[in-house]
Design a protein around this ligand. Structure first.
Ligand SMILES: [Zn+2]
Length: 430
C-alpha cells in the first residue's frame, strides 16, 4: 500500500514553509485520521501541507481539505504541531490513503504573514538603529474562546523591548519602517539547511533573510518582499513591563486600513456631534465632562432643596390627618422621590410620629414613566393603598412593606389621564 511507504514531512520542511504563497490546488495524501476526545473532531496527518501549524508567534492556519473526485469541503478548524508533525483538526473522518487537495484561508494567512514579517522588519530596525533587542512578541487580532469578537484596538501586536521610546523616536522608527516598505523595499529569502541540521524540537532549521537588514532563524511563513507588508502603524502609547521594559504596539498591512477606516468614522462622528475640528475633539470632550459634572452637582443641590421645601407641608398634613402626599410632575424620577423619603424618615423619627400613610408619586414627562413610594407604619395600610393606586395605574409594578415601612413601585408607562386621576385621588383621600 502507498501509505506504508509514504513518510510525513517534518516541521521546517513543510510545503507552507518552503513556499508560503501556495494557496490552493495542493495535492497530498492522508496518512492518519483518528478521532479525538471531542466526538465531532478528528486529528489528521497528511504527507505534506500548505496549512501552517502554529509557531514562532504565528497562529496556525484554517482552511479546507477536498477529497479527490469529490466536491465536498472538509473544514480544517485548527492546525497544531505535535513534536515535529503538523496535525490538522477536521469535522469529518477521512479514510487514510485518500488523495486530497488543500486550500488555505488566504485572507487570514496573508494577514498573519503581514503581521509576522512586519515584526521581523520592526525588530531588525530597532536592533540596527537603536541597539534594542526584541525580548518577546505577540500577535493580536486573533479571536479566542474568551474573546470571540475582535475590537479595532485588539488588532495591535506588540514587541517587548528594553526601554520606552520617545514620541520623536516613534516617528523616526515609523518613517524608517515605511521607507523599507516603499522606496527601499527588501527581498525576503528563506535558506533551508540540509535535513541533517534537524533540531529535535524545532525540526529542519531555516534562516530568514531580509535583504541586508537581517538574518534570523524562524519557522514561520513570510512574505516575499517587505513591500508586501503594505504599511506599519506604531502606537506612541506604550506599556511599561518588568521594570524598565516597554511593550511597543504596532499593526501591519490591511489591519492599518481597517483601523484607519474605524478611526475615521469615529472622528467624523465626533466632529459632527461636537461641532469642532478633529484636533479640538479631545478638548471639547474635556469641556463637556467638566460642564456635566457641574450640572450634576447643581442638580443634586436643587433636588435636596426641593425635597426639604416640600417636607414641611407633608409632615403638617401627616400630623393633622395621619396622611400626606406629594405628586412631582415633569422630572419626578425615583431619585427625587428617594430624597424626599429620606427627609421624611428623619422627620418622622424626630417628631416621634406613630401613625402615618404617605404617598409620593412622580412622572418624568420625557419618558412618560415614573415611580411611586408608599410609606406607612402599617403593612395593612400599605397593601390597601397599593391596591387602590394599582386600580388607577395599569402599568405599575412594585412591592415591599407588607409589615410596614416602604412600598416601591415603578410605572413603566402612564396611560392617558392616569396621572391626573391618581393626583385627584391623592388630593381627595390623602
Ligand atoms: Zn519569521
Amino acid at each position: 500500500m502507498a501509505t506504508e511507504v509514504l513518510k510525513p514531512t517534518i516541521i521546517g520542511s513543510l510545503a507552507c514553509q518552503k513556499n508560503s504563497f501556495v494557496k490552493n490546488d495542493f495535492q497530498t495524501v492522508v496518512l492518519r485520521c483518528e478521532p479525538t476526545q471531542k466526538t465531532t473532531l478528528y486529528e489528521v496527518e497528511l504527507q505534506d501541507t500548505i496549512l501552517f501549524p502554529e509557531g514562532g508567534g504565528q497562529p496556525g492556519d484554517t482552511g479546507f481539505i477536498l477529497p479527490a473526485g469529490s466536491v465536498e469541503e472538509i473544514i480544517v478548524s485548527q492546525v497544531a504541531r505535535k513534536g515535529l508533525h503538523a496535525v490538522h483538526y477536521v469535522n469529518k473522518f477521512i479514510e487514510p490513503g485518500s488523495k486530497v487537495e488543500l486550500q488555505v484561508n488566504w485572507t487570514q494567512r496573508l494577514d498573519y504573514m503581514q503581521q509576522h514579517t512586519g515584526q521581523h522588519l520592526l525588530s531588525a530596525i530597532l536592533e540596527n538603529e537603536w541597539q534594542l533587542d526584541t525580548l518577546s512578541w505577540s500577535m493580536g487580532g486573533t479571536p479566542s474562546d474568551k474573546k470571540p469578537n475582535v475590537e479595532p484596538s485588539d488588532l495591535f501586536n506588540y514587541v517587548e523591548i528594553g526601554r520606552n521610546l520617545s514620541d520623536e523616536e516613534i516617528i523616526e522608527l515609523s518613517d524608517l519602517c515605511n521607507e523599507y516598505i516603499t522606496t527601499k523595499a527588501q527581498a525576503i529569502e528563506v535558506d533551508q539547511q540540509g535535513s541533517e541540521d534537524c533540531d529535535s524540537e524545532k525540526g529542519v532549521m531555516r534562516t530568514v533573510r531580509i535583504g541586508e537588514l537581517d538574518a534570523n532563524p524562524c519557522c514561520g511563513t513570510h512574505l516575499q518582499s517587505t513591500s508586501q507588508i503594505g504599511s506599519i502603524l506604531i502606537s506612541p502609547f506604550q506599556n511599561k513591563v518588568r521594570g524598565k521594559n516597554s511593550k511597543l504596539y504596532f499593526m501591519c498591512g490591511s489591519r492599518v486600513l481597517k483601523y484607519a477606516r474605524f478611526s475615521h468614522s469615529i472622528t467624523s462622528r465626533a466632529k459632527t456631534l461636537l461641532s469642532c475640528t478633529e484636533a479640538e475633539v479631545p478638548q471639547k470632550i474635556e469641556f463637556q465632562r467638566i460642564a456635566s459634572q457641574k450640572i450634576s452637582k447643581r442638580e443634586q443641590y436643587w433636588v435636596k432643596e426641593f425635597a426639604s421645601s416640600n417636607l414641611v407641608s407633608i409632615i403638617q398634613a401627616v400630623e393633622l390627618r395621619k396622611k400626606g402626599h406629594l405628586a412631582v410632575d415633569e422630572f419626578g424620577t425615583l431619585d427625587v422621590l428617594a430624597h424626599i423619603q429620606k427627609g421624611l424618615n428623619l422627620e418622622i423619627e424626630k417628631r416621634q410620629i406613630q401613625d402615618y400613610n404617605i404617598v409620593l408619586c412622580g412622572r418624568e414627562k420625557a419618558t412618560n414613566s415614573g415611580a411611586i413610594l408608599i410609606l406607612s407604619n402599617s403593612g395593612t395600610e400599605i397593601v390597601s393603598t397599593a391596591s387602590e393606586i394599582s386600580g388607577l395605574v395599569q402599568k405599575l409594578k412594585g412591592g415591599g412593606g407588607k409589615n410596614g415601612g416602604k412600598w416601591q413601585g415603578k410605572v413603566i408607562e402612564y396611560g392617558e389621564l392616569e396621572w391626573d386621576l391618581m393626583v385627584q385621588f391623592l388630593s381627595e383621600s390623602f
